[in-house]
Design a protein around this ligand. Structure first.
Ligand code: TRP
Length: 451
């Protein structure tokens, strides 16, 4: 029996939209603003830019190259170039996707909840913002919204790459962009927002020497670009030979960075203008909610117009979260489809269902969510990205030629050496050095069990 022809993106922007849709999500808004707040503002932003250039771009091109070249989902793609012994790395990717989506969907559930409560009752007064966040963010309610989000996500993935994923991205990504820019302008004219820019751009840069900030910045670069677990690899597997991989990678990275930057231009000026500094000071538990405490307050202050803008914004954010969640579920699902010949729809529902269950504890308890984020969203991504760099740098036969495709690009020789030495070395230190991501993950997991 011959295998059915592999689905491809439609001509033009199909891949770009889907990959940008994967990259742009809660990572750019929720996670970027809270990581920045937790690591002291400007210093973290600087580190994040450095890490994106030095680690993110090379690994992005590595995923694109393996995916497009093999035309398969991660497990088979790694086997294609490296033989059976490299398949477990694909397995690690699937596991990582599983872990990340389980709590990502909880946060996406908060966004949905803010959308709906915005429609029903508007947005909270500044004095209530924190309490409302506390209510929304954990408990059985949060679990119900998380399950609802997983149902939507699974439904799209079950329908397939073109019908589901492309169309969803095409429609709502531009809406999010326009609203975000509008909010940035609004924040700029609010009295008192100046301190926010100072915090965001010119804070104390000595913080950039802090090991914790460096490891968070590297992990954030991976998370935000959807790297380290085969999502970009899987999307690239639906690309044709003609596509220009370095260009595609650069497009995704620039868009993703742009959205994070503008999100910060909204969140930090608003925090200071609205007197919500307590949202960024006072420990991890509140910084985690920086975005969800500040934005709804701003919508409240904007009166009737704010209610409308707020609802559209939260809806657009939910869709951005959806297009990212889809890419996570796609990796897990495509593996069942490719490796075990499952049909797409049952595979999607099985994976989506299992992930939804695993996510319930994260919905009930923010400490679980935080621990899952450290394990899946930081440690496993950095580990996966590092191993993929080694794979492409040392195991693949002609990575530069494969990345270049139909156009010769001599500069790719530098890229190969980054993957061979620089990227793995830095990532290994961040992951395994005492106090690194491995020990952070272990400490947080252990704390859950010892109470
Ligand atoms: N990049 C997405 C965001 O910023 C999240 C995401 C989607 C992701 N797919 C991923 C993160 C794969 C890591 C790996 O919200």
């Amino acid at each position: 029996m011959s295998a059915p022809q592999r689905e491809h993106w439609s001509r033009g922007l199909g891949f770009t939209l889907a990959a940008v849709g994967s990259a742009v999500g809660l990572g750019n808004m929720w996670r970027f603003s809270y990581m920045t707040a937790e690591n002291g503002g400007a210093a973290f932003v600087l580190l994040y830019v450095l890490m994106t250039l030095l680690l993110g771009l090379p690994v992005m091109l590595a995923e694109l190259t393996v995916g497009r070249g093999a035309g398969k989902s991660p497990i088979l793609a790694l086997g294609h170039y490296g033989g059976r012994k490299w398949r477990p790395l694909g397995g690690l990717f699937v596991l990582t996707g599983f872990a990340i989506l389980s709590y990502y969907s909880v946060i996406a559930g908060w966004t949905l909840r803010y959308t709906v409560s915005g429609v029903l009752g508007g947005f909270p007064e500044p004095s209530n913002a924190k309490a409302l966040f506390g209510q929304i963010a954990s408990g059985w309610d949060a679990a119900a919204w998380h399950l609802g989000f997983m149902v939507i996500c699974t439904f799209v993935v079950a329908r397939g790459v073109r019908a589901g994923i492309e169309r969803a991205s095409l429609l709502l990504m531009p809406v999010l962009g326009v609203l975000l820019l509008g909010l940035a302008v609004y924040a700029a004219v609010l009295p008192g927002s100046g301190a926010g820019y100072a915090y965001y751009f010119s804070g104390d840069l000595r913080g950039a020497l802090d090991f914790d900030a460096v490891k968070d910045a590297a992990a954030q670069a991976f998370f935000s670009l959807s790297l380290g677990m085969g999502a970009i690899l899987t999307y690239a597997s639906y690309l044709s030979r003609q596509s220009d991989l370095p260009l595609e990678g650069a497009r995704v990275a620039v868009s993703d960075f742009g959205v994070a930057l503008v999100a910060g231009l909204v969140v930090f000026p608003l925090i200071f203008a609205l007197g919500l500094q307590h949202a960024v000071e006072g420990g991890e538990r509140t910084t985690l909610g920086a975005l969800f405490i500040t934005l709804p307050t701003a919508f409240n202050k904007l009166g009737a117009a704010g209610a409308v803008i707020g609802v559209i914004f939260m809806l657009a954010l939910s869709v951005a979260a959806l297009t990212s969640a889809i890419s996570l579920l796609e990796v897990v699902t495509a593996s069942l489809v490719d490796v075990w010949n499952w049909r797409r729809a049952p595979a999607a529902w099985l994976c989506g269902g299992a992930i939804a269950l695993v996510g319930v504890p994260s919905a009930l308890n923010p400490e679980v969510l935080d621990a899952m984020d450290s394990v899946g969203g930081k440690f496993l991504l950095v580990l996966g990205g590092g191993l993929l760099a080694v794979f492409v740098g040392w195991v693949m036969k002609h990575p530069a030629a494969e990345a270049a495709g139909l156009r010769p690009r001599p500069a790719l020789g530098v890229w190969v050496w980054l993957l061979r030495i620089v990227v793995p070395l830095i990532l290994a230190v961040l992951a395994f050095y005492p106090g690194g991501l491995a020990s952070e993950s272990f400490r947080k997991l252990a704390a859950l069990f010892t109470g």
